[in-house]
Design a protein. Structure first.
Length: 155
């Protein structure tokens, strides 16, 4: 009998990130997550909402993965949430939008195609839609992650 590799459920955790009222061309950084168990990959879910002014049809919110080590971090990312200018962080994916106002978009990304997460990691979300996104309260926007931890099961 052969061994089986499974991926047991891990808890879903919210990033600290402000996705409300991001002006077109600007980006927001999440807090960095300390990967103390050295998990290699994660699922990342992002929810964004267009604002009162119609975005450009077919434009996107771009989601980046950043990593931090002791002496080097992608795009000089800090450990705290805040504004950021992505330049060298890798693109995790994008959320394509239509020209509809006040519309919520959700997407799940997988980090595994970008290699291991490393000791600290997080995300940037850049608004490239041509309009400021939603800034209403309470916000439906946010980002979450869940580690994917492969386990070897004995036969």
């Amino acid at each position: 009998m052969t061994n089986k590799i499974t991926t047991p459920d891990q808890s879903e955790t919210a990033f600290t990130i402000d996705l409300d009222g991001i002006v077109d061309g600007d980006a927001s950084q999440s807090n960095s997550v300390s990967n103390t168990n050295d998990y290699p990959k994660a699922m990342v879910g992002v929810v964004v909402k267009t604002g009162a002014v119609a975005p450009d049809d077919g434009s996107s919110f771009i989601v980046y993965l950043f990593r931090r080590m002791t002496n080097v971090q992608d795009d000089n990312a800090s450990s705290s949430a805040g504004a950021i200018t992505p330049q060298n962080a890798v693109v995790l994916g994008s959320i394509k939008v239509t020209d509809d106002t006040a519309t919520t978009y959700e997407k799940i990304f997988m980090t595994e195609h970008l290699g291991d997460l490393g000791p600290e990691w997080g995300i940037f979300v850049k608004n490239a839609t041509g309009a400021t996104n939603d800034n209403s309260t309470p916000s439906v926007q946010g980002a979450w992650f869940r580690y994917l931890v492969p386990e070897l099961q004995e036969p």
